[in-house]
Ligand binder design. Structure first.
Ligand code: UD1
Length: 338
């Protein structure tokens, strides 16, 4: 298993994974429609690895265009990152989210079947667990109704992959449930580059740090957590990318579908993130306490022992490492990647 189709391979997690694949001797074939990423990311991947991966500017919903990619490259397995991912936007535009995320996945799976490609690794999310009834979350915990269409697409795509594996004994899939990916490549060349005002905590804090945003709004300080602010399992994107390489190795011997949490196993509160950021960078982050964000849970963190046991992988970088790298990326790219 060598040549890996990486959909969404120029995005935040996809680009970091493309780098790890090259470093580990794989040949990534990158597909991205540049909806939420920049073509300059390809140059930066080349700068960092001295390899320019094959790249197609293709939308995965476009079956004809993607068929050509499968036809021109002998693909051994797929890592499917491509998808819309903004929670609030998905509430406003459910049809866009269902169309894009479901159709692109179905097209990828149909083409895999047509071209005898048997293995897929899918970017799922901890959001499939819904409101947790106990922590840490283990893979056998129930998948529950999502609080938004984005989360619902993740649940549905997991289900589609499971059903396909039931129908086709040669087909296999790994569902990776990411907790909260943060950080950036330590070079500062690659990182999270959201359009407009960031929705997520770390890019927001980084933009406050360089003065692009005035202060952080801490959404709620009355949660049943040690300091009252929301607790999440923040995982450095480089650790997460390495998790995909570990999953590819597992795919070789796998039968059917398996699921892994990718997190650190540790919860960190919003105020602890602020403190870690200040410690790692020496920059003060002004904040105000703001109302809770609708749909947010108090606490969410993973049990990652299954990934450790079966993928021989665990996160090694800290929240402070991630803060340092995110800040470095933001400083080097104050207006995002050009
Ligand atoms: C969200 C999504 C998750 C998705 C992930 C990555 C939900 C409910 N959440 O996770 O599915 O996979 O993004 O895109 O589906 N916070 C602030 N101020 C801010 C921003 C965030 O205090 O300006 C707090 C939040 O209340 C939360 C924590 O920071 O406690 C993390 O928020 P965020 O980075 O947006 O991630 P999640 O909501 O956990």
């Amino acid at each position: 298993m060598k040549r890996i189709l990486v959909t969404g391979g120029l995005g935040f997690i996809g680009s970091e994974t493309t780098i790890e694949l090259i470093k580990n001797g794989y040949e990534p074939v990158v597909v991205d429609n540049l909806f939420n990423s920049k073509s300059a990311v390809l140059d930066r991947i080349e700068e960092l690895t001295k390899v320019r991966p094959a790249f197609y500017q293709v939308d995965c919903c476009d079956e004809k265009a993607l068929e050509k990619v499968f036809g021109e490259n002998e693909i051994d397995a797929v890592i499917h990152f491509a998808g819309y991912k903004a929670v609030a936007e998905s509430v406003e535009k459910p049809l866009e989210y269902y169309r894009n995320n479901l159709l692109s996945s179905i097209v990828v799976l149909r083409l895999m079947k047509r071209h005898d490609v048997h293995g897929i690794i899918f970017s799922s999310s901890a959001t499939v667990y819904g409101v947790p009834s106990r922590l840490p979350l283990v893979e056998t915990d129930p998948v529950q109704e999502a609080t938004n269409p984005y989360g619902e697409t993740k649940i549905m795509i997991e289900r589609i992959i499971e059903d396909e594996a039931k129908a086709d004994p040669d087909f296999k899939g790994i569902l990776l449930r990411y907790f909260n990916p943060i950080g950036a490549h330590p070079s500062g060349l690659l990182g999270e580059d959201p359009n407009g005002i960031p929705n997520n905590l770390m890019p927001y804090v980084s933009q406050v740090a360089i003065g692009r945003l005035n202060h952080l709004n801490v959404n709620g300080d009355d949660y049943p957590t040690p300091d009252g602010t929301g607790v999440r399992d923040y995982i450095h994107v480089v650790d997460l990318a390495r998790g995909h390489v570990a999953a590819l190795k597992r795919l070789e011997t796998l039968k059917g579908v398996d699921v892994y949490n990718l997190g650190t196993g540790r919860g960190t509160s919003v105020l602890e993130v602020v403190k870690a950021f200040e410690k790692a960078t020496g920059v003060k982050i002004p904040y105000v306490i703001a109302p809770r964000r609708p749909g947010d849970v108090a606490s969410n963190y993973a049990d990652c022992s299954k990934a450790e046991r079966e993928l021989h992988w665990r996160a090694v970088l800290t929240v402070e490492d991630a803060c340092r790298d995110a800040y470095n990326f933001q400083k080097m790219n104050p207006e995002g990647i050009k």
